[in-house]
Write a protein that binds this ligand. Structure first.
Ligand code: XMP
Length: 328
């Protein structure tokens, strides 16, 4: 049996041994739990020899960038470089509606942006007389290790994009301080390190972000609509005390569907928003969550009143299988 404090002590020692007294380290923060805790551990071990990179691809949820840039940085004290790549991603996604194509583009652009940042940071560190950056932190967990080493032959349902899934040919040695831990243990370690609760308690959120929750082409306007609706759903679920009983609740914009509505004394012709609350143990299978009616009603009222262009809210009552959790 272990305590978070013991894990931290042991990992800090290992990280120091691996990295040595001088080398520099890079970490891509995703906004999620794993990369945040991994970076906090490495920071505890080597301080400012760690630089974190956060890519804003424009597909983030409301407040997410601020939570990393402000709350996390303040709590942990890491050096952070934010790359604003919103226009680049939007440009590359223009006209694309195929889900797998979207995933591939987002994954590819993410690597491109990260490599640019990396090249620049390595150059800067060499100018400073250092020997560049030799290590890269990855938030790989124990289940990831087992999964990728284990059984083959599972059909590729969706190409998952992870910040952790950077290319293998990187010229870095990997630092993976969470390799022996499960998710709940990572959360405990994160709390002990002072990682903000908004990040530590975060539910799963896909790497391609809101890009795969817009059914249809991804545009700025549609992202803004979805971001607002998503923020309302999260606010209401939290207010109702449901965060812990729900695995996650994707909010999906059916951007190519329109339906007739009436609001005030006028006709509307707007888009539907889908709520997809699910209960699950491991995301491999899931059941749709029976949300209390009053919570559903409040969410529906707020979205249709507050988000211009949305005139209908629908509930996804499909389990997984046959439906996946995300719509794309
Ligand atoms: P599906 O839709 O396949 O989702 O039932 C299963 C779980 O995986 C999450 N998900 C992703 N996570 N990168 C991620 O890091 C991805 O590309 C990705 N796609 C789906 C999804 O939110 C759910 O928790």
């Amino acid at each position: 049996d272990w305590t978070p404090g013991e894990v931290i002590e042991e990992q800090v020692e290992r990280i120091r041994q691996q990295i040595g007294p001088d080398a520099k380290v890079l970490c891509a923060l995703s906004g999620g739990v794993d990369s945040a805790v991994a970076a906090a551990l490495v920071h505890r071990a080597v301080g400012d020899r760690l630089t974190c990179v956060f890519v804003d691809h424009g597909l983030l949820r409301k407040g997410e960038r601020e939570q990393v840039e402000e709350d996390y940085v303040k709590a942990i004290g890491v050096r952070l470089v934010t790359v604003d790549a919103r226009e680049q991603f939007l440009g590359e996604l223009a006209g694309v509606t195929d889900p797998e194509m979207k995933r591939k583009i987002i994954g590819r652009e993410f690597i491109r942006v990260f490599e640019q940042a990396e090249t620049q940071l390595v150059a800067e560190s060499q100018e400073d007389g250092g020997d560049g950056i030799r290590f890269l932190v990855q938030g790989t967990l124990y289940p990831d290790v087992v999964e990728s080493g284990g059984g083959s032959g599972t059909a590729n349902i969706k190409s998952h994009h992870n910040v952790g899934g950077l290319p293998e040919d990187l010229k870095f040695e990997l630092v993976e301080p969470l390799r022996t831990l499960f998710k709940d243990e990572v959360r405990a370690v994160g709390r002990e390190l002072g990682v903000p609760e908004v990040i530590v308690a975060r539910q799963p959120f896909p790497g391609p972000g809101l890009g795969i929750r817009i059914i249809g082409e991804v545009t700025q306007e549609r992202l803004d609509l979805l971001r607002e609706a998503d923020a309302i759903v999260r606010e209401e679920l939290t207010a109702a005390g449901l965060d812990e009983s729900i695995w996650q609740c994707p909010v999906v914009l059916l951007a190519d569907v329109r339906s007739v509505g009436v609001q005030g004394d006028g006709r509307t012709y707007g888009h539907p928003i889908v709520l997809r609350p699910v209960s699950s143990e491991d995301a491999m299978t899931a059941d749709w969550t029976r949300l209390p009616y009053d919570v559903t009603a409040r969410i529906s009222n707020r979205i249709t009143n507050e988000v211009d262009g949305i005139n209908r809210v629908v509930l996804d009552v499909t389990s997984k299988p046959p439906g996946t959790i995300e719509w794309e």
